[in-house]
Design a protein around this ligand. Structure first.
Ligand code: WT7
Length: 652
């Protein structure tokens, strides 16, 4: 029987993966329930509906306030405040509290560079590095409330930089190192960062990516940046700008190894993290210290059942929210040991990840369906070369995991011993929202149900609640790590999340609910692509294309892709007199790569004379997509130029 037929059978049988009783009894969540006499998961969900009680109670297990809060939360639509009145700084829980205990000698990060270099940093090491950098930042005038851009690869200096900012009350805004000049520029300009922390270059697939030269190119247009701090990673030669540029090692040398942690308000901003929107520039999602700390730490402790002796590997990039929450803040708050790996998953061979799991005895692995499908394509022979028996739990995030990939992961990586935590959440939610706990019976492809303390609902277009069936996925306010708005864009915040149905947060996803109340995520309802689990706005790629001197108009859609989830297909209208050919096709691809980063390069570029538009001039992506996929076109009565639709079909 082939792999795929067995999955068909499995799904038809509606097989549910139930954890063993013995396993369940030992989990953090079950112990918490037992202590309080809570008998079943349903009872826990019911009890947790009292949000004030629930979040107040669990916060005691994960954070220490400088001054206790007076109120668990306050909802003042569309803004929430959590742990009101508390004095707090997340760095206290991430570092300061640990160096006073046995954990000071515990390894916080095991770092492996792509070339194979290894560094292990204890909590005490991390504490010292953070303090030195924090003092260095102060010495160049960075203070509470200032924004600091961080453009670094997956090296320990990335969390060190974030924590140093947080320590002194500065707001960090991390830009994914895979973004190129245009992407960096937009984010740095919007946040008006005063300083930018970067490195000379880093390793990716055996080559050096020259980060500092991209910074130099970007800063021509970003006038807010007064200081650039450069960590030496690749020993690249770099250009130097006196007054503005500082070597990390020079700035931190001789700095005191102690630096007082700023006692902030629990609702003060911790970071701004940009994410793609359907129109305009990326939006700056704001996160605060207190609620975020409680929300991320509790969810990690319960969903991935983090124990003190565990080795945790969240194989995401810190440039995205997954890394912010589950490589940096939550694991440090829990005093965990995490793996950070710099490079590509298949470099120099497809067994690189499995080698890492074996070498460090990783107990919990958290990754994306795209990565799983990539490993699946290379075949299990690569994983079979290694002892993966240390693994206890597995996780998935970023997009829906197809049952085939789920089964492969379950069988060949988890050896049918490890439950898979499929966690649904977003940059805006800050923490997991819809996710199983290790005690939850699983159905491959479903993130199961909202966690205790969260409420999700599905509504149809008319605003009717759907108990079984599909519609728009909404969340009910509020939860502790919920975004505190969009940076400098309060109207956009309301319009994006709070305008479709009253008093409910619109996620932008479509979802279905089955007879057991399990959620099945059907993808984005809006014009956002999900490429390799990363969010990219169709609009952003279209703007990048149109910024090319030969392009008049462009429309971009996503097409299902076996590994990446979606591939990017662009239809381009050239300016009068420009010749469509393969050279230009390549040039446009590279142009988008330069503007936004490799991730956003279209997989296909087609030249057309016109693109379908409404009478008011709006490009109808929905129709283009339907045409490409051969799906019904739906209502096209508002279309001004129906002939353009046929041209799309003809082009592809
Ligand atoms: C979007 C958020 C949250 C960390 C990574 C992405 C999709 C996320 C799942 C999942 C199906 C998922 C949704 C969501 N998504 N997790 N387990 N199953 N879809 O963060 O870039 O803010 O993207 O990712 O569409 O809205 P993000």
């Amino acid at each position: 029987m082939s792999e795929s037929t067995s999955i068909d059978v499995l799904l038809k049988e509606r097989r549910v993966f139930d954890p063993s009783e013995e396993f369940v009894e030992q989990t953090n969540v079950k112990r918490w329930m037992n202590k309080r006499g809570i008998k079943s998961y349903d009872e826990l969900l019911e009890k947790a509906k009292d949000l004030k009680w629930f979040w107040g109670e669990v916060s005691k297990d994960v954070v220490e306030w400088y001054k206790p809060y007076q109120k668990v939360f306050e909802w003042n639509e569309p803004y929430a405040k959590w742990f009101i009145g508390a004095k707090y700084n997340i760095v206290h829980d991430a570092l300061d509290k640990h160096v006073k205990t046995y954990r000071k000698n515990k390894v916080a990060y095991i770092f492996e560079g792509e070339p194979g270099d290894v560094r292990k940093l204890t909590y005490r090491d991390l504490y010292v590095e953070v303090n030195k950098l924090a003092n260095g930042l102060k010495s160049i005038g960075i203070k509470k409330g200032d924004r600091v851009g961080i453009y670094l690869p997956m090296i320990p200096e990335l969390p060190i930089s974030m924590l140093a900012c947080a320590k002194i009350g500065a707001i960090h805004t991390v830009v994914f190192s895979g973004f190129s000049v245009g992407g960096l520029q937009k984010r740095i300009s919007d946040s008006e960062a005063k300083a930018l922390i970067t490195c000379d270059g880093f390793y990716r697939r055996g080559k050096i990516v020259p980060l500092k030269s991209q910074v130099d190119e970007c800063l021509g247009a970003c006038h807010s940046v007064e200081h650039v701090i450069i960590y030496r990673r690749s020993m690249e030669e770099i250009q130097w700008k006196e007054e503005r540029d500082h070597w990390w090692h020079a700035l931190t040398e001789g700095q005191p190894t102690e630096c007082p942690t700023e006692k902030l308000d629990a609702n003060d901003t911790l970071y701004i993290l940009y994410t793609s929107g359907t129109t305009g520039e990326p939006k700056g999602v704001i996160s605060a210290h207190g609620g975020y700390a409680v929300g991320t730490a509790l969810t990690l402790k319960w969903v991935f059942d983090m124990k003190d002796e565990d080795i945790w590997w969240c194989a995401a990039d810190i440039g995205w929210v997954t890394g912010h929450s589950y490589i940096v803040y939550a694991p440090l708050i829990l005093g965990a040991t995490s793996v950070i790996y710099e490079g590509a998953p298949d470099y120099p061979n497809p067994n690189r990840w499995w080698k890492i799991v074996e070498k460090y005895g990783v107990n919990i692995l958290y990754t994306s369906p795209t990565a799983i499908r990539m490993h699946m394509r290379y075949g299990e022979k690569w994983a079979n070369k290694h002892d993966l028996s240390s693994l206890r739990l597995l996780g998935s995030v970023g997009e829906t995991i197809n049952p085939e990939a789920w089964m492969w992961y379950y069988k060949h990586i988890g050896k049918e011993r490890c439950q898979i935590m499929d966690t649904w959440w977003q940059t805006e939610t800050g923490s997991f929202v819809i996710s199983p706990l290790p005690i939850t019976p699983l159905k491959p492809g479903s993130p199961t149900r909202p966690l205790p303390g969260f409420t999700a609902e599905v509504y149809d277009e008319g605003g009717k609640p759907i108990k079984e069936g599909g519609g728009d996925l909404y969340l009910l306010p509020s939860w502790p790590a919920m975004l505190g708005g969009l940076y400098k864009a309060p109207e956009r915040y309301v319009k994006t999340y709070w305008s479709k149905l009253p008093h409910m947060y619109l996620t932008g996803d479509k979802a279905r609910r089955d007879e057991d109340g399990y959620f099945w995520i059907q993808g984005r309802a809006d014009d956002i692509l999900k490429v390799a689990g990363h969010r990219i706005g169709n609009y952003e790629i279209e703007s990048a294309l149109v910024s090319h001197k030969k392009v008049a108009e462009a429309v971009v859609i996503g097409k299902p892709h076996e590994i990446k989830g979606e591939s990017i297909v662009a239809f381009v209208v050239l300016k009068e007199g420009e010749k469509p050919d393969d050279t230009l096709r390549k040039e446009l691809r590279e142009h988008v790569g330069r503007e936004m980063g490799k991730l956003a390069r279209p997989d296909e570029v087609w030249f057309v004379k016109d693109v379908p538009k409404t009478r008011s001039g709006k490009i109808m992506r929905r129709v283009v997509k339907a045409r490409v996929l051969g799906a019904p076109l739906g209502d096209i009565s508002t279309l001004r130029n129906p002939e353009a639709v046929d041209e799309i079909a003809f082009a592809t």
